[in-house]
Design a protein around this ligand. Sequence first.
Ligand code: NAG
Ligand code: NAG
Length: 318
Amino acid sequence: MAMASSASVSVSGRGGGFLLPAAVLLAVAVVHARGAPCVPRVFSFGDSLADTGNFPFLYGNDSREPALRTPYGETFFRRATGRFSDGRLIVDFIADTMGLPFVRPYLSGRTAEDFASGANFAVGGAMALGPDFFRGRGVPMGDRMHLDVEMKWFHDLLDLLCPADRADCTGMMNQSLFLVGEIGGNDYNIPLLSRVPFEKIRTFTPSVVAKISSTVTELIGLGAKTLVVPGNLPIGCVPNYLMIFKSDKKEDYELETGCLRWMNEFSKYHNRLLIDELEKLRKFHRGVSIIYADYYGAAMEIYRSPEQFGGSLLLCSL
Ligand SMILES: *[C@@H]1O[C@H](CO)[C@@H](O)[C@H](O)[C@H]1NC(C)=O
Ligand SMILES: *[C@@H]1O[C@H](CO)[C@@H](O)[C@H](O)[C@H]1NC(C)=O
């Protein structure tokens, strides 16, 4: 199996809510004929960009969360599935490309057979860091999902799949694909929305990247051999932010896209730190494939040429 770390994209329908600008197809080039899956399982961690339906199990079907009602889900599943998208997510396209069923939300399964093709631990709204990190820095933070909880669920699943000895899972771990993220976006979104000064939010990035790194390291310690780690999106193109941080100064906007320059610079800063960190991890873990997925570049193709992807994304995704 080989995966391209640069991606091409296409978009289906209108953008979703705030946390997910649109259903983005990450074209993963898998050098393998359709038929027998080249990877028997996918395990996924992250936030709304990857949640295939854990959200309603945690927060209830009757929560006022818009993602639990149409138009979410309408273009593909024809019903709201808990995905924060009108269509499929990147993780859905990855599973599909590998000839696997859509990755089952961890909270929707019970038995080892339920997880025969993997499990998805991502939850809409999840953060990389736990709430204590933010509270310790004077940033108000309610109880939220975060990577440590998702990793705890993963350990619980290993207890189910290899109860006698973790070594019994070695063959499963070394053949599985691990999608670690996107995660970390909400570590910035939530403080941004409660108007924490941007200079302060920028100081969180090394800790966010360190958390992603320690999670990847833990998975490798458990036997993972193939990991895909996505970066952050160009958040300066998110309609909600374009409204909230509206500016009279022309220089605050990118000429080509009309996105907020300083915010996109921030996403690039996060991604640069993440890319450097992954490079360090590769040196420590020879024989492990750690693939950076360029969600920023993939999404920018859409913002640069929306007409190529069937619409004017910036206008219709509130
Ligand atoms: C939510 O409601 C649907 C339809 O009634 C049901 O099929 C689904 O199992 C429920 N999900 C949860 C998490 O309770
Ligand atoms: C994966 O683990 C199994 C069980 O320990 C082992 O037999 C196999 O050779 C390993 N495969 C790779 C590619 O490391």
